[in-house]
Design a protein around this ligand. Structure first.
Ligand code: HEM
Length: 504
């Protein structure tokens, strides 16, 4: 009898809590507007579609109800999507926030590396890792970008004068080789061995991640891990990915021990840090001290894995969507070619691009920025509020999920008139100075902004200069049909089909 009363009391409590929570949500939903949710399943039916359609539906609903829109998922899972500058600022600058639930799907692979960590751990890691992007180190990385872009250009030569082909896959492999070599000092040789296991596993993780976002069990991690067939597959792939990184770390540690380098621990003020020959990101982690202690292998692995994930799909999309726009806008491509000739001279095809020379490519930078406006590599970023937060005069409860839609922010017609039009002039110095700090944020803003943005810009510039100095890129027949899809990174659904003509 007593037990029955306890059960009945608990059930009643849960029902009351559910109704209360639902009423709060209804109030917020009414305030912001959004698609009408069905009982229990929310708006899940709207998203029960093929992959690019999921993205298109999200954008359609945001346009219809935005700039700030409320979505409801299974049961009481919900999120607010914001793109108005004042709400974006409040969310990105919130002192108390974690990455949203979506990111935890990557945790088995990336653990709590820089992207996923929060609080003190994040703060300490960001401090340690920041020197890896010092310009002295970036200068060395530029040599790697040159080498890998040269391989890409050579591999592309077989398409000159041929039928349309997908250039996205070539860019992906080039970016993967570049991040592997700069972060670990090792080569997976993806460009010449695309069937390499590591390359295949990284790709599979992206697909599994995307499928999980829209899985009905997405919000129930324990159940998902127990019963979902894809959970088993994910665990297997993660084991293999870790095995690879573990072996690279062990090998490098051994090399450093043998050369007597490992004992020479670095501190932030160590001048040698910036003058080291061929310093990789992994070397920095292997040599750094935190409170007098070196990082252990697991701590190093999570950071290296994070870089492998964040550091190649993002630049791949940046480069590929710039190619897409330049193929469609030959005048812009011509201006970049003129810039190449003006800076590097007529014999520019095999020029060795240095950090300093890359700073001179102003129009190219504008062209890349405009492509990142239309196709921001990370189109949404998510936060889990850790304290009640007021937006537009209404209080969002702590625990709420908020998505910042970079994709929609960049299409605000008041800031970017005729927003779908590709026009690099939007990034002239004069035009840029007239915009607010939250009008254009491809690398996010605030303390959690992208640590790799200068690295990314250098890699993108090198790849595009090498490509355009060698070939004129023309649109393939099916280029007009391009559709995009997104997991954490935006991608062309069927690649970027182009044709190539050799330059004189
Ligand atoms: C075009 C290229 C890139 C774009 C558009 C981009 C964009 C972003 C964005 C929007 C974030 C914020 C994510 C969030 O708040 O959830 C971010 C974070 C991050 N990015 Fe990038 N990224 C790019 C390239 C790179 C590269 C090349 C690296 C590494 C070499 C990198 C490493 C990271 C890391 C580690 C974080 C987490 C930083 C932190 O929370 O402290 N990114 N990136």
């Amino acid at each position: 009898m007593f037990l029955q009363a306890i059960i009945a009391g608990t059930v009643l409590f849960l029902i009351i809590q559910y109704i209360r929570e639902r009423n709060t949500l209804k109030k917020i939903a009414k305030h912001f507007g959004g698609p009408k949710p069905l009982p229990l399943i929310g708006n899940l039916l709207e998203f029960n579609k093929d992959v690019p359609e999921i993205f298109e539906t999200g954008i359609r609903l945001l346009k219809l109800h935005g700039p700030d829109t409320f979505f409801w998922g299974l049961f009481n899972r919900y999120m607010l999507v914001v793109s108005s500058p004042k709400n974006v600022e409040k969310v990105l600058m919130a002192k108390q926030a974690q990455k949203s639930l979506l990111y935890t799907f990557l945790e088995s692979w990336l653990r709590t590396g820089l992207l996923l960590s929060s609080g003190e751990k994040w703060f300490q890691r960001r401090r340690i890792i920041t020197p890896a992007f010092h310009f002295k180190i970036l200068e060395q990385f530029v040599a790697v970008f040159n080498k890998e872009a040269d391989v890409m250009v050579t591999n592309l030569r077989k398409h000159v004068g041929g039928k349309e082909f997908d250039i996205y896959s070539y860019v992906t492999l080039m970016a993967l080789d570049s991040i592997c070599e700069t972060s670990m000092g090792t080569s997976v040789n993806a460009q010449n061995d695309p069937d390499n296991d590591y390359v295949k596993n990284v790709k599979s993780m992206s697909v599994l991640f995307l499928r999980r976002i829209f899985d009905p069990l997405a919000g129930y991690p324990v159940l998902y891990e127990l019963v979902h067939p894809r959970a088993y597959k994910t665990r297997k792939i993660v084991r293999e990915l870790h095995k690879f990184t573990d072996s690279v770390i062990a090998e490098r540690r051994k090399q450093l021990q043998e050369s007597g380098e490992e004992g020479k621990r670095l501190t932030k003020s160590d001048e040698n840090l910036y003058s080291k020959q061929k310093m990789t990101f992994l070397d920095l982690l292997l040599n750094v001290n935190v409170d007098g202690m070196p990082l252990d292998d697991l701590e190093i692995r999570e950071e290296v894995d994070t870089f492998m994930f964040e550091g190649h799909d993002t630049t791949t999309s940046g480069i590929s969507f710039t190619i897409y726009e330049l193929a469609r806008h030959q005048q812009a491509q011509d201006r970049i070619y003129d810039e190449i000739v003006a800076i590097l001279g007529k014999n520019n095809r095999e020029a060795d691009l240095t950090y300093q020379v890359l700073q001179e490519f102003k129009y190219l930078e504008m062209a890349i920025k405009e492509a990142l406006r239309l196709y921001p590599s990370v189109p949404f970023i998510g936060r889990h509020l850790l304290e009640d937060t007021e937006l537009d005069g209404i209080t969002l409860p702590s625990g709420m999920e908020v998505l910042v839609s970079i994709y929609m922010i960049h299409r605000n017609p008041e800031v970017f008139p005729d927003p779908e039009r590709y026009d690099p002039e939007r990034f002239s110095e004069d035009a840029e100075s007239k915009r607010g700090p939250y009008d254009y944020i491809p690398f996010s803003a605030g303390a959690r902004n992208c640590i790799g943005q200068r690295f990314a810009m250098l890699e993108m510039k090198v790849a595009l200069i090498k490509l355009i100095s060698n070939y004129r890129v023309l649109p393939g027949e099916s280029l007009g049909k391009l559709r995009v899809k997104t997991d954490l990174v935006i991608r062309p659904h069927m690649g970027v089909p182009v044709t190539l003509v050799e330059r004189d």
